[in-house]
Design a protein around this ligand. Structure first.
Ligand SMILES: C[S@@+](CC[C@H](N)C(=O)[O-])C[C@H]1O[C@@H](n2cnc3c(N)ncnc32)[C@H](O)[C@@H]1O
Length: 215
């Protein structure tokens, strides 16, 4: 992203997206659209108008709803979102440990499916939900679609992101933008080790944004 565009997306403080009551309610955790990340996404979508978006980490489909609304402004659009079929206990490189049971997980799943179903019936964009582990389906997804924007908000383990990064670097075209949320290791981009991308870090939101400049 150019310095100018980067400044522009930092500058916005509010959103103009309206979330229907049906989608906002039924919260397990509070959903604040005032959160600084939403105005930033809105501004980014206005400036870059992405048509294909991948979200890693659906959770309750809050960001999914937001992206779907933004994509709906400049049709056509495709939004793919991925989340685990089972509650995750912890993740270490190469190994995921699942929780035996988690009543919260079922609640989150119920909210997620309600929102996704509503979106499917009410938006003109294509919405695809993959219930699976990112590790198992990321390469297949990246081979099948060319993404303008990726929101990486599933695993925050540095070694896992490094592995995913190799796939982004292999499959994403020039102009693709990836936002890594809640970066745990700073500067993680040193692990990514490539000159084809420009990296910008937002210390307030702890987000790393990467844009492919060359192939
Ligand atoms: C931080 S939440 C996503 C929040 C959502 N993007 C939002 O802003 O509302 C992370 C989600 O990623 C999922 N997740 C974490 N690691 C994953 C993996 N390896 N494969 C699939 N899903 C994963 C978790 O189940 C959880 O729902």
């Amino acid at each position: 992203m150019t310095k100018e565009n980067w400044k522009l997306i930092q500058a916005s403080k509010s959103v103009s997206v309206e979330i229907p009551e049906k989608l906002a309610q039924g919260k397990y955790r509070s959903w604040s659209i005032e959160n600084a990340t939403y105005p930033k996404f809105e501004k980014f979508f206005q400036i870059r108008q992405p048509r294909t978006v991948l979200e890693c980490g659906t959770f309750e489909a809050r960001t999914t709803v937001f992206f779907a609304k933004l994509l709906g402004r400049f049709k056509p659009g495709v939004l793919i979102t991925v989340d685990s079929p089972l509650p995750l206990e912890s993740e270490v490189p190469g190994k995921i440990i699942f929780k035996k049971s988690d009543p919260h997980f079922e609640k989150v799943r119920e909210i997620k499916f309600k929102r996704l179903q509503w979106l499917k019936n009410h938006s003109e964009i294509q919405i695809i939900f993959f219930e699976g582990l990112i590790q198992d389906c990321l390469e297949l997804i990246l081979r099948s679609y060319s993404f303008d924007f990726v929101f990486e908000d599933a695993s925050h383990v540095a070694q896992v992101l490094e592995k995913n990064w190799r796939l982004y670097n292999k499959y994403c075209q020039v102009g693709s933008v990836i936002c890594f949320d809640d970066v745990v290791e700073n500067p993680i981009w040193l692990r990514f080790n490539t000159r084809d991308w420009i990296f910008r870090f937002d210390p307030e939101l702890n987000q790393l944004w990467a844009e492919r400049l060359s192939a």
